[in-house]
Design a protein around this ligand. Structure first.
Ligand code: GAR
Length: 231
């Protein structure tokens, strides 16, 4: 019988299935629900080589009609739709999501305008590996009920002069996980919620989300005592 240890694979036409694959690259799965402008900022950063070697492996949407899905498809990124309402309870939904993340070998999960609150199971399975972008300076205007345009309506209602965006790790406390990056944005006297939302996206979200992903993929974020340390 031939001794496999002495076989010359290259001469026998053996092809290494991992050849050309960067095994150190982090697999990123992006969770979306809507327009996907933050996803677009991540795709653009990836194409400019600014994600620290991270690769967007898959986009998972909570809605089949999310425009974010088209953005992913236009860039050849595989997509999935996993809706909470397709499952009888939170547990089976969470299991399906975790299974999908395992199948994609996710190293990092990014919530980019994702409107389903993840339960404890998912948060614990991916502890300090799920990040979220929130359109305000946490701890202001955050938590249950503060999402999308509602955040900017609340900021204008309160009359704050400065708002902004936050990228943070996701824990079972809604918008309560360790803060990674924040950026302030000026509120102007004649702002409407829509105008303010656009300014916060352009000046803050689309910058700090790719930046946080890059820091994560470069292994530069540590969490200690509920706070992040960036090296
Ligand atoms: C973004 O402003 C994002 O910060 C916010 O929804 C919008 C999604 O826009 N997310 C939340 O409010 C989560 N709490 P996009 O789909 O164009 O990225």
């Amino acid at each position: 019988m031939a001794d496999v240890r002495s076989t010359d694979f290259s001469e026998n036409g053996w092809v290494d299935p991992l050849e050309g694959i960067d095994l150190s690259a982090k697999n990123i799965v992006v969770l979306v629900s809507g327009g996907g402008t933050n996803l677009q900022a991540l795709i653009d950063a990836q194409e400019r080589g600014e994600l620290g070697g991270g690769v967007i492996k898959c986009v998972i949407s909570s809605r089949p009609d999310a425009y974010a899905l088209k953005r992913a498809k236009d860039h050849g990124i595989p997509t999935r739709v996993i809706q909470r309402k397709s499952f009888p309870d939170v547990e089976s939904y969470s299991n399906a999501l975790i299974e999908a993340l395992y199948q994609e070998y996710a190293d990092l999960v990014v919530q980019a305008g994702f409107m389903t609150i993840l339960d404890r199971c998912v948060c614990r399975a991916y502890q300090n590996k799920i990040i979220n972008v929130h359109p305000a300076l946490i701890p202001s205007f955050c938590g249950k009920g503060y999402y999308g345009l509602h955040v900017h309506e609340a900021a204008l209602e309160k009359g704050v002069k400065v708002t902004g965006a936050t990228v943070h790790f996701v824990t079972e406390v809604c918008d309560g996980g360790p803060i990674i990056l924040q950026k302030a944005v000026e509120v102007k006297a004649d702002d409407t919620p829509e105008i303010l939302q656009k300014r916060v996206m352009e000046e803050a979200e689309w910058k700090i989300l790719p930046e946080a992903v890059r820091l994560f993929c470069e292994g530069r974020i540590k969490v200690k005592d509920g706070k992040t340390i960036i090296s």
